[in-house]
Ligand binder design. Structure first.
Ligand code: NAD
Length: 254
């Protein structure tokens, strides 16, 4: 059940170690900052090409950096090794790394489909499974995956991305009992349009529509997503498992 407010409630994650993938920029960097603010020690993970930006985020949050492509077969092993040698146990895993390769269905080819599925859904599934199998997680592990409203309602030009994010939602719902068995939880957040590098090249008209639909009348910010995740990994959210929390500033149907 939900925990009591801890004595040090302003830093509810004190003593916990969090891995955040895709942490070099955008939503992932903001998740790293927010969990660090709440007391967690953060391991910031991103691809080697993001090295400098990744190091900067790791320094800013007084955590550590791990250069790793999450689709590597040995990704979970590398995460475990890094955490064990530097920080001890692993408590929180935030699967934030994700990619877009938008194409209309007529132009959707295996090379635009496969990488999106590999990064967005297969990697979180394999890493979570390996960490659970290997007993690599602390006593009350919390896992949060980045889904998307595109995975709930679909979006033109995003058959690959929408399928991957719908897959994330299915995975989260189906693995809730496994996490519960391990004393923890797994949940997803489904952001709507958030202003980051990922969405910077989306055509202007679409951005304007997204801003208007948001109840705050502006594009969603990485911070909106990071705060929702901070709740899901907090001691107070122990009773929330297998859920999808939309962070889209509107009462979206679907
Ligand atoms: P972004 O492109 O700005 O940042 C993504 C980060 O993930 C980058 O630093 C990138 O290097 C890293 N990454 C990509 N592939 C990786 C891999 N194989 N291994 C390790 N790291 C990898 O994106 P963002 O907007 O910050 O999105 C973060 C997450 O939120 C994604 O999962 C995205 O699908 C999801 N999301 C974003 C929005 C939005 O509107 N921005 C909406 C819904 C969901």
């Amino acid at each position: 059940g939900a925990g009591e407010l801890p004595a040090d409630w302003e830093r509810p994650l004190e003593g916990q170690v969090a891995v955040v993938t895709g942490a070099a920029r955008g939503i992932g960097a903001e998740i790293a900052r927010t969990l660090a603010r709440d007391g967690a020690t953060v391991v910031a993970v991103d691809v080697p090409a993001a090295g400098d930006a990744l190091a900067a985020v790791a320094n800013e949050v007084h955590g550590s950096a791990l250069q790793l492509d999450v689709t590597r077969e040995d990704a979970a092993e590398r995460i475990t090794e890094h955490v064990r040698s530097r920080h001890g146990q692993l408590d929180l895993v935030i699967h934030n790394a994700g990619i877009l390769r938008d194409k209309l269905l007529a132009n959707m080819k295996p090379e635009t489909w496969d990488p999106v599925l590999a990064v967005n859904v297969t990697a979180p599934l394999r890493i979570t499974q390996a960490l659970l199998d290997g007993d690599q997680l602390g006593t009350a592990p919390r896992v949060v995956c980045l889904a998307s409203t595109s995975g709930i309602a679909g979006n033109r030009g995003q058959t690959n991305y929408a399928a991957s994010k719908a897959g994330v939602i299915g995975m989260v719902r189906a693995s809730a009992s496994a996490l519960e068995g391990a004393g923890g939880t797994i949940n997803a957040v489904a952001p709507g349009f958030i202003e980051t590098d990922m969405t910077a090249r989306i055509p202007f008209a679409t951005r304007e529509v997204a801003r208007r639909l948001n109840s705050l009348q502006q594009g969603g910010q990485p911070r909106d997503v990071a705060e929702a995740i901070a709740f899901l990994v907090s001691p107070q959210a122990g009773g929330v498992n297998g859920q999808v929390l939309r962070v889209c500033g509107q009462n979206m149907v679907g």
